[in-house]
Design a protein around this ligand. Structure first.
Ligand SMILES: [Zn+2]
Length: 309
């Protein structure tokens, strides 16, 4: 039997058929429709699933279940609140189920990515596991002995909104100085832009033709690799903040494995080696033989598909 995992994002809908070994054997992708009608998105997803069945030359009854990762909060079959796609109290599971004839389960997308890395990626085999994502925002999910720790209102693990600098930068959540306001990919681009404005020799001015709004993570790490002094200073400051957040998580939970995912994890060892060195010097139990192992996520976007099922 197969399962179908769907990662419903603000930009794209990615779907995949997952086999018993938690491997994806067929994939599909389409743009997320911008609409106030969740029914239309449910219909897009149903069509994608029929297409996947046709491509594998199987009937819909070959699929056990459909799991859908939602960019927001989920309660059983209902999407409570998903800003990016404009869903509020939407009975989305039944909308997809009625079109496909299959049972549908919903899960928050960060939790889905964490579950994916836990069962089939960098967290495989760990008894306790924390996933930290550095993307548009900073997300987190904690899995303990196979279960996601959800909290009393299903938002446990939202470490992006843990303050690392009191009275610091304004965050979208209303607080100041949040981890996310310093360490998301967007925050890194903003910090680089601010520095490039006041440092005319910064390579980012050249790379962007002086249109500093073009700065993204990739460009930043290219300038860093080229030896740019301004970027080196920003990177040092960024890594100090990232270390503060990661050490806070480790001191609180001591997971066996902490995995870094999200867009910025793509730079790999540049970030990982530096982070490991800094964390080793700051963590509370620094003299102990047993330490949380920090790794980079290995499944990329597939984690959300595998985790959703
Ligand atoms: Zn916040």
């Amino acid at each position: 039997m197969y399962r179908v995992g769907i990662d419903l994002g603000g930009t794209n809908i990615c779907g995949g058929v997952v086999d018993e070994k938690n491997e994806i054997i067929a994939k599909d992708e389409l743009l997320t429709r911008h609409t106030s009608e969740p029914e239309l998105i449910a219909a897009d997803i149903a069509r994608m699933i029929f297409r996947l069945a046709a491509r594998l030359n199987v009937s819909m009854s070959a699929f056990d279940v459909i799991g859908i990762g939602i960019p927001g909060s989920v309660e059983k079959d209902i999407v409570r609140d998903a800003n990016n796609i404009g869903f509020y109290d939407v009975p989305f599971a039944s909308m997809v189920s009625s079109r496909t004839g299959l049972p549908v389960t919903l899960i928050n997308d960060t939790n889905a990515a964490a579950r994916g890395e836990y069962v089939a990626g960098s967290g495989k085999g760990a008894a306790s596991f924390f996933m930290l994502t550095l993307g548009t925002g900073v997300g987190g999910a904690y899995i303990y002995k196979g279960d996601i720790v959800e909290g009393c209102d299903l938002a446990a693990g939202e470490i992006g909104h843990m303050v690392i600098r009191v009275d610091g930068r304004q965050c979208s959540c209303g607080r100041r100085g949040c981890f996310e306001a310093y360490c998301s990919a967007s925050a890194l681009s903003l910090r680089a832009r601010e520095a490039a404005i006041t440092n005319e020799f910064c390579l980012l001015n050249k790379f962007t033709d002086n249109d500093l709004y073009k700065i993204d993570g990739k460009m930043f790490f290219k300038a860093l690799a080229a030896g740019d002094k301004t970027c080196a200073d920003i990177f040092d400051s960024y890594m100090r903040d990232l270390t503060a957040g990661v050490v806070n998580v480790i001191n609180l939970l001591q997971p066996d494995v902490l995995v870094i995912g999200g867009g910025l994890s793509g730079v790999g060892n540049v970030l990982l080696d530096d982070l490991k060195r800094r964390v080793a010097g700051e963590v509370y139990s620094l003299h102990s033989d047993t330490q949380t192992e920090i790794r980079i996520a290995s499944l990329g976007n597939d984690a959300g598909i595998i985790g959703a099922v």
